[in-house]
Design a binder for this molecule. Structure first.
Ligand SMILES: [Zn+2]
Length: 277
């Protein structure tokens, strides 16, 4: 891994001396680190799940620099300079998520914030760079959707692609990264519309061929694509997961009554045949 190479040891030592004034040496990230991050996160932005490949940027989940703005001061925090080159603190973000987040890192209890590596070392001398330990002390309000074990419990989508929080963590993550941005809403609505249009087309064709097994096959192809969308390497897999789980809400309600009932029957049959829940 690029970051653990001994050639960066001097830079890592320097960050502990210069602290918040340290200027990031981006060569450390270019030296294979960014490629490894992109591959680990399946070419997707770690937060919004847009597929951005090599355009993804390295973000410090705990910001490297302090934030001291007078506008929205609730987001002000010291920099986590000692985590500048810590692999587990790096996530790949698309330029929009990166820009929205900037140096924001809200905590559940702001008084718990750790502002110096010395502070960290005195509390946890064995592992001052341990992100999991830090997480237990500070409790960040923003989630990292790729590393949270049960991300779907924090969010819900409405059928127009708007994301809502079900927990304080979900709400704050939506706010900080602006997860109802126009590009994301459009993308989600586009996914839903394509599924609805393809289902209508399948029934239109059925009126011509009147072949039940052909209709079933055509609908199964659409259902298969929804299932593939829920896979972790797929763009917007969280949204696809909701479409699959709440199929009638997202898709059924967009169809006329007769098609809605028939589509739902086929969908239930498909899930039973493929042992999907
Ligand atoms: Zn993003």
């Amino acid at each position: 891994m690029g970051l653990v190479d001994v050639k960066w040891d001097d830079i890592k030592a320097d960050v502990l001396v210069t602290q918040n004034d340290h200027i990031v040496n981006k060569k450390c990230y270019r030296d294979s680190t960014i490629e490894e991050l992109i591959s680990l996160y399946k070419n997707k932005c770690a937060v919004c799940e847009r597929d951005r490949g090599i355009e993804l940027q390295v973000d410090h989940f705990r910001p490297q620099k302090a934030r001291t703005y007078t506008k929205n001061p609730q987001y002000n925090n010291p920099g986590y300079y000692w985590l500048t080159y810590e692999w587990s603190n790096l996530i790949p973000l698309c330029s929009k998520c990166n820009q929205e987040k900037s140096n924001k890192f809200p905590l559940a209890v702001s008084g718990n914030r750790i502002s110096s590596h010395l502070n960290t070392q005195s509390l946890n001398p064995f592992s001052p760079y341990d992100i999991n330990w830090l997480k237990s002390v500070e409790i960040p309000l923003i989630l990292n959707p790729e590393t949270e074990t049960n991300i779907s419990k924090h969010f819900i989508f409405d059928k127009n692609g708007k994301m809502r929080g079900r927990t304080n963590f979900g709400n704050e993550t939506i706010l900080v990264f602006k997860l109802n941005r126009r590009d994301l809403r459009r993308k989600r609505i586009g996914i839903r519309n394509i599924i609805v249009d393809e289902i209508i087309l399948s029934f239109d064709r059925f009126l011509e061929h009147r072949n039940n097994s052909r209709l079933k096959g055509s609908l199964e192809t659409i259902f298969n694509r929804i299932v593939q969308g829920t896979y972790v390497d797929h763009e917007l897999s969280l949204f696809y997961t909701f479409i699959f789980k709440y199929f009638d809400y997202f898709i059924g309600t967009k169809l006329i009554t007769v098609l809605r009932a028939k589509t739902l029957d086929y969908f239930i049959e498909y899930k039973e045949e493929n042992k999907l829940k």
